[in-house]
Write a protein that binds this ligand. Structure first.
Ligand code: ZN
Length: 300
């Protein structure tokens, strides 16, 4: 068991049961619109946290390379099947609270539909900040507790927790909704400069999704997304921020040089063996099998 506990999608059919059934075309469409607005046109090395099966990964078109991180190896295997093993993608199973990357190596990062599984969100965000170069772009999506639906439920007595208080609400085990001001405060404290806020999923309502085509609803949502600059009442919020300060590392050509030992922080790791990376400092060995680096537990 890791500390804090992580939400593990190992062996889950999340992609097929949630995304591919067809009734999530709207949710997928609005994310595509938001990402198109927020993503830098070009970049070198993108860190995608909570990448899952790589549903959003093909949208990072301007980047030379994308490192996909997920706690679940089986989700990453599905991502591999979707994206291929061309070398443009690097697949990493890791614990977000102990990220295995050298400081300041990425020029961009995204974390979408992932923060809502974080029992210790500020700790996860600080790990991301460390891995980013000064000036790097960070795109964060989070679930907003102060959304219109939860406000109405609260006012009509159908929900006990207040949508207006700053603390996260755990509405199901390891599923958290956050107050926007709390998330913005964490980003500010960690050295992220907020550039843009988009509100997303204005029309996540069953009767609309049943009656209107998803593509039309997604376009309508896109029209309203920029109002996030003034107020946030949607269930999903996207923030674009820039990392201020920190280390800047030359981006190595060899992906094995992206890593540090997640146990002791040492880099570079010894890569003389094809199936593992060894930490010269603490001696821990980290596996590399079928194209996936595994930093969750040391082999020995
Ligand atoms: Zn070590």
């Amino acid at each position: 068991m890791t500390q804090p506990p992580v939400c593990d999608y190992e062996g889950s059919d999340y992609q097929s049961s949630f995304w591919d059934r067809g009734d999530r075309a709207y949710e997928d469409g609005v994310e595509a619109v938001a990402l198109k607005r927020l993503l830098p046109k070009a970049g070198r090395l993108m860190l995608e946290l909570g990448a899952g099966t790589g549903r959003n990964t093909p949208r990072y078109v301007g980047f030379e390379r994308v490192v996909l991180v997920d706690y679940s190896r089986t989700q990453l295997q599905q991502a591999q099947a979707r994206l291929g093993n061309s070398g443009r993608y690097v697949f990493v199973a890791a614990d977000i609270y102990r990220l295995p990357f050298v400081d300041g190596v990425f020029d961009a990062a995204t974390m979408i539909r992932t923060l809502h599984h974080m029992a210790d969100a500020p700790k996860a965000l600080s790990q991301i900040k460390q891995a980013l170069q000064p000036g790097a772009t960070f795109i964060l999506e989070f679930a907003n507790k102060r959304n219109l639906k939860s406000i109405l439920r609260y006012w009509t007595g159908r929900q006990t927790w207040s949508p207006f208080t700053p603390e996260p609400v755990e509405f199901a085990a390891l599923n958290f909704d956050f107050h926007p001001q709390t998330v913005f405060g964490w980003l500010d404290e960690l050295g992220f400069k907020r550039e843009r806020i988009l509100t997303v999923s204005h029309f996540r309502m069953e009767f609309l999704k049943r009656t209107l085509p998803a593509s039309l609803l997604a376009r309508m949502d896109g029209f309203f997304q920029p109002t996030g600059a003034w107020f946030q009442l949607t269930p999903s919020v996207f923030v674009k921020a820039t990392a201020v300060g920190g280390t800047k590392r030359e981006i190595p050509a060899d992906p094995r040089l992206f890593f540090k030992c997640p146990a002791c922080g040492y880099s570079p790791l010894d890569n003389t063996r094809d199936d593992q990376l060894t930490c010269p400092s603490c001696g821990k060995k980290w596996g590399f099998k079928d194209g996936i680096y595994d930093f969750r537990e040391a082999i020995e």
